[in-house]
Design a protein around this ligand. Sequence first.
Ligand SMILES: [Mn+2]
Length: 443
Amino acid sequence: MIELARQHRQRLFEAMPENGMVVVTSGAEVIRNRDVEYHFRPQSDFFYLTGFEEPEACLVMTKRCDEAGQTKTMTGLFLRSKDPEKETWEGKRLGVDMAPNRLKIDQAWSNDQFESVMPTHMAGMETLWFSFDQLGHWLPRLQPMIESLKAQGRKGVTAPSRLEDLDHLLHEHRLIKSEAELAKLRKAAQVSVQGHLAAMQSVVAQRFEYQLQADLEATFKRHGAKREAFATIVAAGENACVLHYTENRAPIGANDLVLVDAGAEFEGYAGDITTTFPASGRFNQAQAQLYNWVLKAQRAAVDVIAPGVSYFQVHETARRVLVEGLVDCGILHGEVDALIEAEAYKPYFMHGTGHWLGMDVHDVGAYKQDGQWRLLEPGMVMTVEPGLYISSEDEKAPSDFRGLGIRIEDDVAVTDTGHEVLTLGLPRTVAEIEQWMQAHGEN
Ligand SMILES: [Mn+2]
């Protein structure tokens, strides 16, 4: 990741105007309760540009045009100092001396030098770039430095005159994945596949949702994933109608479908898969009928993914098939176009068909440009995850469908000629799932 991060900085330097300074923080540890911290995970922008995982570190990049008209770049890092006592308790720190060599950067300073070192690098800069998601973090730190540089105006010192949101620049880079990044995403996807197979294998009626979660997450770890990419959802029966259900405490009913939405994080990159399968290993008639429509929608949406296709077309394709399915199941009545126009499907399909995927599970990058849904380009990676959710209290829906929640999700990369599904290897059709569960399941 260190070399990859160096390439990412190189690309950012090329895109930055001269006399600009970028600052990016890794973030701080957060207390969970009393003296226990949440497991630390650096901000994705920081990890993308450094490959460094310690908290309380700050990357500084400057691109300066010197008196001779030469462009000079500098990459520096503020980080925690070595501290033998703290390291005994909390783990090793890289430290200032080792950082330049190890991280392939020009300079490193300890965090307590921030106030003294920053102004010398900030002097003469025109633009300061940082994430406007962190205005509250940066403004109080940078304001006194800008003021003190301005106060030295008579000595010829100049202070930055512009603040820019780094997100606009950097997130466009992060949206387009390099071959090395795609390799990590493929690995995250394939580890995620293994986890889902483990959950599917271990489902038995009366087990608890969290027991499937345990099998799935253990499999992620066994394959080298450091953590989950987001909170695992294991939702049995009508719990599947709660889109971000993470409680995972309920027992699984004998006739339930189980919806699992989970992904592994591998070397900073996320997988994101949803599977839906019957606890008994057999779909009943209504479950199979609804499942087949969601699968048809999902496959139709994946099929349209190619360079030049509008992001929205993926959603539109899935939505049309889902509405056809809702009519076929007797849940909606009327003509498909009119039902789409009236958004009659919204109670049953209330989310988008996917999102960008990368270091963040809901990855960065604009979905629209100049008010238009953007066109897909090679190197973009997205999820495709249509679903149908029929509330158990929906008295208009035929009773067999009530309480069913079904979503099917794969991770798809846009290639030069079309697309590549990164999450292959799961049984997906009704027949494939039933056969697989009969062969491998604990039922
Ligand atoms: Mn997703």
